[in-house]
Write a protein that binds this ligand. Structure first.
Ligand SMILES: [Zn+2]
Ligand SMILES: [Zn+2]
Length: 400
């Protein structure tokens, strides 16, 4: 079957050994070049009066003998950034792909491997040898996109993902960069030209140091939820993933950078538990609602009776909560159902509540009722208006 098809193909077209062998690439494990050579030798010995196409002539109809030039294509490869693993992609001119497809259809070549696959593999071997880096099929540090017919290449440097937990020790700092509402980041009178609502953010305080160290172009901060600007994040800290885009340096010392971030931001932000992770962790931490423990200060003095009432009522209690009025301008209006597992009060303190609840529950509204948009609430239970005047997250579930 292979010999018959090969004879037909070579009757019409000149092919190099790579391209001849590749038409049957998925049949056996030997290299395309070797397979092509074997087929050609056999054909020549079987059919002595064969046309000259059968000999290894030039130029190859499909590839223009590109496989002879692979080392030459990559001779100027000299990436000026650090990486350990790579993947190779190739940009093949459209007309070559069309010709290849035509040949496949015309001769019924169901086992054809495409020129793209073979070139990726061959170029990958050379890069690996020349640069001493590891070829990786996925999750590679860099993708080298080669344009073999113009000997050009592009580098696509994949981001670095760093997991950690952060504490926010000072009120008034948003989690992420918050663009000026008026100018949307361009800079105006309202924001004194900064384009931002706040000078600093947890994101910037952390990422600045990592961007400098990795020489990345940009960063993104992915938090497992977020606390309000005026809420402290204490205890074991909130999980986050810092994404550094196009890093030139990847082998960074996380312990040293953690210490540096913590020293520079003393009294503001502290990070811990740093480690490198894969991209999937970003989705994971964004989509898990971690249970939390809050400490809330309220604007009322609770009697012993009221404390007991709160503790016995908010035990495994389901809360229906419509999107708070204060965030309606940026969040869809919907009802969430969350649980309060436990509320603890204190003998020596009449204005504090420790609340153990599901992630995604708005605590200020759990206390105030937000004009009955949250029910039940502490306000409703005690029959008097109570507000939260200060709030801290004191612990977040350890799951991620
Ligand atoms: Zn060829
Ligand atoms: Zn502005």
């Amino acid at each position: 079957m292979i010999l018959k098809s090969s004879k037909d193909i070579l009757g019409d077209y000149i092919l190099c050994n790579h391209c001849l062998g590749r038409q049957f690439g998925k049949i056996s494990r030997s290299t395309n070049e070797r397979r092509g050579e074997v087929i050609r030798t056999l054909l020549i010995s079987l059919y002595p009066d064969i046309s000259s196409n059968f000999f290894n002539q030039k130029p190859c109809y499909l590839c223009d003998n590109i496989f002879e030039r692979t080392e030459d294509i990559l001779k100027d490869l000299s990436p000026d950034f650090e990486f350990f693993t790579f993947h190779v992609g190739t940009k093949i001119p459209e007309e070559i792909l069309i010709q290849e497809k035509k040949m496949k259809d015309m001769f019924g070549l169901d086992y054809q491997e495409s020129i793209k696959q073979e070139l990726n593999r061959e170029l990958g071997k050379i890069v690996s040898t020349v640069l001493g880096k590891e070829f990786k099929r996925e999750k590679e540090d860099v993708t080298i996109l080669v344009h073999p017919y113009s000997s050009k290449f592009e580098y696509i440097i994949n981001p670095l993902f760093i997991y950690g937990r952060y504490n926010k020790l000072l009120r008034g700092i948003p989690q992420t960069k918050w663009f000026c509402r008026k100018c949307k980041g361009k800079g105006c009178v309202k924001c004194s030209g900064t384009g931002k609502m706040y000078d600093e953010s947890v994101e910037e305080l952390i990422s600045k140091i990592f961007l400098k160290e990795t020489r990345g172009t940009d960063s993104a901060f992915h938090g497992a939820g977020r606390e309000d600007i005026d809420v402290l994040m204490l205890g074991n800290g909130r999980p986050f993933v810092l994404e550094i885009k196009s890093p030139k340096i990847r082998d960074i010392d996380l312990q040293r950078l953690e210490a540096e971030v913590n020293q520079i931001n003393e009294g503001k932000v502290k990070i811990s538990n740093l480690r490198f992770v894969e991209r999937e962790v970003v989705e994971k931490i964004k989509n898990t609602n971690l249970k939390k423990i809050y400490m809330a200060e309220i604007d009322a003095y609770l009697t012993q009776e009221e404390k007991e009432k709160i503790e016995s009522f908010f035990l495994e209690r389901t809360i229906h909560q419509k999107t708070p009025k204060r965030v309606l301008h940026r969040r869809a209006d919907k009802t969430r159902i969350r649980k309060v597992y436990k509320v603890r009060t204190f003998r020596e303190n009449n204005s504090s509540l420790e609340i153990y609840c599901d992630g995604g529950l708005y605590i200020k509204e759990l206390i105030s009722s937000d004009e009955e948009r949250t029910y039940p609430s502490v306000t409703e239970l005690l029959g008097k208006n109570i507000k939260c005047i200060s709030l801290d997250v004191i612990s977040i579930e350890e799951k991620v």
